[in-house]
Ligand binder design. Structure first.
Ligand code: NI
Length: 259
């Protein structure tokens, strides 16, 4: 459990460092609402046997995370699962993996070249998460991957760190509606993502979410340092299902911001 909390703390510290506007929003909301906690974090990986979900999640599962549901996204060739922990202060973990076989031979070979650089002894251990990106790669590779899959390109640049943290809005008093929250954030100069609409989901599907545009991040590659879209901050409001239980799953209709 200690390692789990250490990892969560480190991910959060790194997330705020890479995404200063998320940090600013966190501070702003903390000042308005008191304690801000997170509903979930999202991780990405590939379906290669060395780094597939079961391997990546092994240390978190050993520390008490349990898989609660799975999701398929045939359009983007992504498969995902969400995990929950008995300790309700811990965020849910939404993890997805790209199914590389649906893409070109070239993309598959590029991913293999990246994955082959990961030291074998860290696979399936806590150490897997200690470096943001466990391989050397170039901006040229990023650009080539991006033509086929933004998902693959993102992981090539950022590795296995969370793509986003999602704020748990349910405890909020002033800003517990996404419309109110979004106008408050816009008034303070933050830019919501409008891909698929500012608000995704609805009370009918028991989950509403919105997110800020991904932070432009300077990333060091072997052929130079370039600004590319990095992590993003998300806001999630959950609704009770008939019977009164809060919906803890995810919706697949608004795939764009899920991962
Ligand atoms: Ni999310």
């Amino acid at each position: 459990m200690k390692q789990l909390h250490t990892l969560m703390d480190r991910w959060w510290v790194d997330f705020r460092k890479w995404n200063p506007s998320a940090d600013a929003v966190y501070q702003l909301l903390s000042a308005q609402e008191g304690t801000v906690t997170h509903d979930h974090i999202a991780l990405r990986t590939f379906d290669d046997h060395t780094v597939h979900i079961d391997t990546v999640m092994a240390p978190l599962v050993a520390a008490g995370y349990v898989c609660r549901a799975e999701y398929v996204f045939p359009m983007t060739h992504v498969y995902s699962q969400h995990y929950e922990h008995d300790d309700a202060t811990l965020p849910k973990v939404f993890i997805s993996q790209l199914e590389a076989r649906h893409f070109s031979q070239e993309l598959q070979m590029t991913l293999t070249r990246l994955i082959d650089q990961i030291p074998r002894e860290i696979l399936g251990t806590w150490d897997f998460f200690t470096t943001a990106r466990p391989w050397k790669t170039s901006f040229a590779v990023y650009e080539t991957l991006k033509k086929e899959s933004e998902y693959a390109a993102w992981v090539s640049a950022f590795g296995f760190q969370p793509t986003h943290f999602a704020v748990r809005m349910n405890a909020f008093v002033q800003y517990n509606e996404l419309t109110t929250l979004n106008s408050f954030l816009k008034k303070h100069g933050f830019v919501p993502s409008t891909t698929g609409g500012e608000i995704q989901g609805s009370p009918d599907v028991f989950l509403e979410q919105s997110s800020l545009k991904a932070a432009e991040t300077m990333v060091e590659f072997s052929d130079g340092t370039y600004p590319i879209p990095g992590t993003f901050y998300e806001f999630a409001k959950r609704y009770s299902m008939p019977g009164g239980t809060l919906f803890n799953g995810f919706i697949t209709a608004s795939a764009e911001n899920l991962f």
